[in-house]
Design a protein around this ligand. Structure first.
Ligand code: C2E
Ligand code: CA
Ligand code: CA
Length: 685
């Protein structure tokens, strides 16, 4: 074997063999190369032994590393032999080094791979979904838990921005990155199926080998179950299970909150305490199942009777409470109380039984009776007991906590039921008060004013029943009646050939709805009354609600040819900038200012200002409540267009008004150009 053959053999052996087989082969090659009877390769880690006598030895090493030694023996060796063995040893060392390096790298690789597989196996085994994001929110990894939770495979998710999983816009997304994790939150996310769920999310920073942040690790767990349980608990804590209404605790909170608003607005609030009559008897005789169903139905009727902003609660057993906050005056609560009692009037049908329950109601008033829900509830309870005790019909009994309020209530209830009766029995009548053009003393209009001819009390002035009718809503029926009656009367005058004048009808804020123009048009048509006969007086307070809405209604009324005037002008505080947008014809200076003329300088100034403003805006101005010649003279000089008041004429029934009207008409015809100020032009003063 020559050196080339020996080298090839060593290469082959190092590549293919290992351990003892390799060592034996190396020994065989050395023996063959040096044509010796004995040849061996003794690895460095072999048990040390003495060399064979007369053997030629050569260490096999590469750099500082020793692999072992060659040992050949059996003949005498020359320098040439030694060089040959040295060459073989050098080659063997290099080969062994390269080979061991290669093996070690492969091994390390395999180890890393195994470790990675191990880790992803762990990640996939845990139930949590774990994903990693880069600094811009792009998903860089996605475990099995994430696949299960979201329904997207890693293939679908990796590389997309995390935002596609968000259930709603989350503007603070950037913050999570700014903060670099370390926080827990409860978030809502969307699955591939579209389902939105609650998840707890914790973020921790993802860093590179140099510990620089390169993204985030996100851990998500589905907590929908827990959330639902929490909601159920919340519901149990704050709602009566049977009826689904808020319980006493929640009622207290809601009322206390609303009272804070009431305090800011300096408004009134009321708490109603309802106690069902006869419920215990029904529950006792027909059983709990019937009782429960009855309570559910009662709760539903109560809820349906109230407005959304009212609070109704089921306190316990047969006791309910209501909180009213959007009220102007305490007595409005009685109207609500009566409505609630009315709602319970029809029998309840429960499991074949026709059941009747009613409620006694006690009312407490904020701030007079208490400053907080608890106190108000207690006072309302006391009032309820009183209501029940003293009533002939407990199902209709309502009482305030304060006795003076009760007196007012009784009075009001009498008037209210009386007024309903009056509407149906023709007890209402209209009186007419003339309006004159200043200077010419020509009658230009009249105002229709309602009166109540009470069979016992005699003539009841509107001041005693109009505000009440407004608070109960009865004003709408009263208003309908007045418009009807006024148009009927005007049509008679129109047909009788009287010279046309405007008949003004007062319209309260509550009547001023989108249906008003239609009703006016229809009434005019029915009586075949020319629209120029009609005028509507609306109060300034009407304009303070939804301005655009009000303007739209006004425009429709003007379009009919019906005039509009602004009553009680100066008493409200309508924005002057809006004033020019209202399609009104006349401003009516309130009587409270006329009264002060001419002795009260500020009343005079107000009247003059209104007149000046009205002229600038192109409106006519009328002063009401003119009683003296001094007032008339002041108004005339200030440039007022028209006057109305006792100086000229009091409101009169239709027949008497017509008589005076005809006289005025004749007089005017006779006088023609004679326009003496204050001369008697209206006989029935
Ligand atoms: P108002 O619209 O300001 O009506 C003018 C009130 O002043 C009328 O009182 C009238 O009789 C009274 N009055 C007129 N001239 C004089 C005067 O020279 N001196 C004095 N002291 N008073 C004078 P009335 O008829 O008692 O009506 C009071 C209020 O009731 C009216 O105020 C109006 O707000 C309301 N009202 C009357 N009729 C109706 C109606 O049909 N519908 C509506 N919604 N409200 C009405
Ligand atoms: Ca009026
Ligand atoms: Ca007035």
């Amino acid at each position: 074997m020559d050196f080339v053959g020996g080298s090839a053999a060593v290469c082959d052996a190092v590549l293919k063999l290992r351990g003892d087989a390799l060592y034996a082969e190396l020994g065989r090659i050395a023996a063959a190369l040096l044509a010796s009877p004995h040849g061996a390769f003794i690895p460095d880690d072999a048990i040390p032994r003495a060399a064979v006598d007369g053997a030629l030895l050569q260490e096999v090493r590469a750099d500082a590393l020793c692999f072992g030694r060659y040992e050949v023996a059996g003949r005498t060796y020359s320098l040439e032999d030694w060089r040959l063995l040295e060459g073989l040893a050098g080659l063997t060392g290099s080969l062994l080094q390269v080979h061991s390096l290669a093996r070690r790298t492969t091994h390390a690789y395999a180890q890393v791979e195994a470790q990675l597989a191990h880790q992803s196996q762990i990640l996939d085994q845990i139930h949590e979904s774990v994903l990693t994001l880069d600094r811009l929110g792009y998903i860089t990894s996605w475990n099995k838990g994430a696949e299960l939770l979201f329904g997207y495979t890693a293939l679908e998710a990796v590389g997309r921005n995390i935002l596609f999983l968000y259930a709603e816009e989350e503007p603070d997304f950037e913050d999570a990155f700014a903060e670099q994790g370390g926080r827990m939150m409860e978030v809502r996310r969307r699955k591939k199926s579209g389902e939105v769920f609650w998840a707890s999310l914790s973020l921790s920073p993802l860093c590179d080998l140099e510990d620089r942040p390169i993204g985030l690790i996100a851990y998500l767990t589905d907590i929908t179950e827990r959330k639902l349980a929490e909601e159920r608990l919340h519901h149990l804590a704050y709602y009566q299970e049977l009826t689904g209404l808020p319980n006493r605790t929640l009622f207290g909170r809601l009322v206390d909150q609303a009272l804070m608003v009431a305090q800011r607005n300096e408004s009134t609030a009321c708490v109603l305490y309802l106690d069902l009559n006869r419920f215990k008897l029904i529950n006792g005789t027909l059983g709990r199942r019937v009782g429960d169903e009855l309570l559910r139905q009662v709760a539903e009727r109560l809820r349906n009777t109230l407005r959304d902003e009212d609070v109704v609660a089921h306190l316990s057993g047969d006791e309910f409470a209501v909180g009213l906050f959007d009220i102007r005056q305490h007595f409005e609560a009685t109207t609500v109380a009566q409505k609630l009692q009315g709602a319970l009037e029809a029998p309840f049908l429960v499991q074949g039984h026709d059941l009747r329950v009613g409620a006694s109601i006690g009312i407490s008033v904020y701030p007079q009776d208490g400053q907080d829900a608890e106190t108000l509830l207690r006072m309302a309870d006391i009032a309820m007991e009183r209501a029940k005790e003293h009533a002939e019909n407990p199902d209709r009994s309502v009482a305030f906590y304060r006795l003076d309020m009760n007196e007012g209530m009784q009075q009001r209830m009498l008037i209210e039921s009386g007024l309903r009766h009056a509407l149906g029995n023709g007890e209402l009548i209209l009186h007419y008060q003339p309006k004159f053009e200043i200077g010419s003393t020509r009658l230009v209009g009249a105002e229709a004013l309602v009166r109540w001819k009470h069979p016992v009390r005699g003539m009841v002035p509107p001041i005693e029943f109009i505000p009440l009718a407004e608070s109960t809503g009865l004003i709408v029926q009263v208003g309908e009646w007045v418009l009807e009656q006024a148009c009927a009367q005007a049509a008679i005058w129109q047909r009788a050939g009287l010279p046309p004048f405007r008949l003004a009808v007062n319209v309260s804020a509550r009547e001023f709805t989108a249906s008003l123009p239609g009703r006016v048009a229809e009434t005019l048509r029915r009586y075949r009354l020319d629209a120029h006969w009609l005028e509507l007086e609306i109060t300034e307070s009407t304009l303070m609600h939804d301005i655009e809405h009000v303007i739209a209604i006004m425009d429709r009324i003007s379009a009919l040819g019906v005039a509009l005037s602004l009553d009680d002008f100066g008493t409200g505080y309508s924005s002057l900038s809006y004033l020019k947008r209202f399609p009104i014809d006349t401003l009516k200076i309130d009587r409270s200012f006329t009264t002060g003329i001419p002795q009260d300088p500020s009343d005079c100034a107000i009247a003059s200002t209104i007149i000046g403003m009205g002229r600038k805006l192109g409106h006519r101005v009328i002063a009401e409540g003119v009683e003296t010649l001094e007032q008339l003279e002041f108004l005339r000089q200030a440039g007022c267009d028209e006057v109305q008041g006792y100086l000229y004429g009091k409101p009169l029934p239709a027949y008497e008004f017509e008589k005076s009207l005809r006289e005025n008409w004749l007089l005017m015809a006779r006088m023609e150009s004679d326009a003496a100020v204050g001369s008697v032009v209206w006989s029935a003063k």
